[in-house]
Design a protein around this ligand. Structure first.
Ligand SMILES: Cc1ncc(COP(=O)(O)O)c(C=O)c1O
Length: 370
C-alpha cells in the first residue's frame, strides 16, 4: 500500500462543490485583491482565534515581518527565537534589519526552552518569537512572564498551529500579535499563498493593515513606506469554506496521532511526540525521532511510504546565517533533534490501514535493524 506524506486531493474531494462555488463568486465579483471575501475571513478567523483583530496578508512570512515592522523593530535590535523552525521565522527578523538571536529548545516539546531565555536577553532585545512547532504551543506562561519583566514584545509564530490550545487558550491569542501561514499544506491551507496576523492590540492591527497595502491609510495617501502584502480574494473565499471544517480536521489529525502513539509504543529506538500537559496539539506534523533516520526514510520510500524531515539543519547552522557566528554544539538539543527527526505521513483523511502499514514497515526495519 502506498502512503503519501500529504494528500490534499482527498480534502478537496470532500469540499469540492463549495470551494468551486466560492472561487467562482470571487471571479464574478472581480474581488481579486483584498475585498469582501478577505474581510469576511478576517472576521471569522478573529472569532476562531478569540482575538480582537485578524488581518489577511500574503503569507506567513509577511505576517511575521509586518508585525515586527508595526512594532518598529529594526536595525540595531535583537529578536530572540528558536533555531528549530522553518527559516521564515528568522528571515522575517532579518528583513526588518534586526538580528535573530537563537535559544535552544526543550527536547520534550521541541519548542524554545524558557529556562534558557533570560541568558539571551540584552539591552538590544526587543521581542521574543516562540514558534508553536509541529502544532504544539510553546510554554507561553513562562515566556510571557519573562517578556513582561524585561518589557519585550511576544510574537507567536503560529504558522503550524491553527486551533492549537495552551491551557485552554488559542494559539495566537496570548502574545502581542501572532502570525499564521495558510500555505496549502498547513492544517488550514489556502489554494495558493496566504497568511494572517491576529492581535488584541488596536495599534498593531491598524499599522499592519496599512503596511500590507503600501502604507496607505486611504487610496494614494501613504503614511508609511509599506509593501504589497495583501491576501488575494480567491484565498479569502477558499479559507472561508475551509475554516468551517478546521476543528473537525484537527480532531481527525489528533485521532491519527493517537493511533500512531498506540502502535509505536512498543517499538524500540523510537521517541514518539509528547503532548505536553498544558497543550492541545493539533499535529500539523507527527514527528518521531530515530537514530538512523536517513536509512529508515530511504527504506520506507522503497516501500512507497513517504516521510519528511522538519527540519534537517537548525537555523544557526544554515549557510544563510553563517555571518551570525554560531557553531556546531551551540544548541545541543536542537542539533540532536534535527539529526533524528522523521515526519510520518499525517493528514486528516489518513486511514487506519495506512497508519498500520507505516508502523508495520517501521517495525520490520527496526527488527532487521536496517
Ligand atoms: C514555523 C513557520 N513559520 C513561518 C512560516 C512561513 O509561512 P509561509 O510559507 O506562509 O510564508 C512557516 C510555513 O512554511 C512555518 O512553518
Amino acid at each position: 500500500m502506498s502512503v503519501p506524506f500529504l494528500n490534499l486531493s482527498a480534502q478537496y474531494e470532500s469540499i469540492k462543490e463549495e470551494v468551486n462555488g466560492a472561487i467562482q463568486q470571487v471571479i464574478e465579483k472581480n474581488a481579486f485583491a483584498g475585498g469582501p471575501f478577505v474581510e469576511k475571513f478576517e472576521k471569522k478567523f478573529a472569532e476562531f482565534c478569540r482575538t480582537k483583530h485578524a488581518i489577511g496578508v500574503s503569507s506567513g512570512t509577511s505576517a511575521l515581518w509586518l508585525i515586527m515592522l508595526a512594532m518598529d523593530i529594526g536595525a540595531g535590535d535583537e529578536v530572540i527565537t528558536t533555531p528549530n523552525t522553518f527559516i521564515a521565522t528568522a528571515e522575517a527578523i532579518s528583513f526588518t534589519g534586526a538580528t535573530p538571536v537563537f535559544v535552544d529548545i526543550d527536547e520534550q516539546s521541541h519548542n524554545i526552552d524558557p529556562a534558557l531565555l533570560e541568558a539571551a536577553i540584552t539591552p538590544r532585545t526587543k521581542a521574543i518569537v516562540p514558534v508553536h512547532l509541529f502544532g504544539q504551543p510553546a510554554d507561553m506562561d513562562a515566556i510571557l512572564a519573562i517578556a513582561k519583566e524585561y518589557q519585550l514584545f511576544v510574537i507567536e509564530d503560529a504558522c503550524q498551529a491553527h486551533g492549537a490550545m495552551y491551557k485552554g487558550k488559542r494559539a495566537g491569542s496570548m502574545g502581542d500579535a501572532a502570525a499564521f501561514s495558510f500555505y496549502p499544506g498547513k492544517n488550514l491551507g489556502a489554494y495558493g499563498e496566504a497568511g494572517g496576523v491576529v492581535t488584541n492590540n488596536d495599534e498593531i492591527a491598524q499599522k499592519v493593515r496599512i503596511l500590507r497595502d503600501h502604507g496607505q491609510s486611504k487610496k494614494y495617501y501613504h503614511d508609511y513606506v509599506g509593501w504589497n502584502a495583501r491576501m488575494d480574494g480567491i484565498q479569502g473565499a477558499v479559507l472561508n469554506v475551509k475554516l468551517k471544517y478546521i476543528d473537525q480536521w484537527n480532531d481527525m489529525r489528533r485521532k491519527n496521532a493517537q493511533s500512531y502513539d498506540v502502535l509505536l509504543a512498543d517499538v524500540p529506538g523510537i521517541i514518539a511526540p509528547k503532548e505536553m500537559a498544558y497543550a492541545r496539539h493539533i499535529y500539523h506534523l507527527y514527528v518521531i525521532r530515530m537514530a538512523n533516520r536517513d536509512e529508515i526514510i530511504a527504506k520506507l520510500r522503497e516501500k512507497n511510504i513517504f516521510c519528511g524531515i522538519h527540519y534537517p539543519i537548525p537555523l544557526h547552522l544554515q549557510k544563510a546565517y553563517q555571518r551570525l557566528g554560531y557553531k556546531n554544539g551551540d544548541f545541543p538539543a536542537a542539533e540532536k533533534c534535527a539529526a533524528e527527526y522523521i515526519s510520518l505521513p499525517m493528514f486528516p483523511e489518513l486511514s487506519d490501514a495506512q497508519i498500520e502499514t507505516v508502523v508495520a514497515e517501521i517495525k520490520q526495519l527496526v527488527s532487521g535493524s536496517v
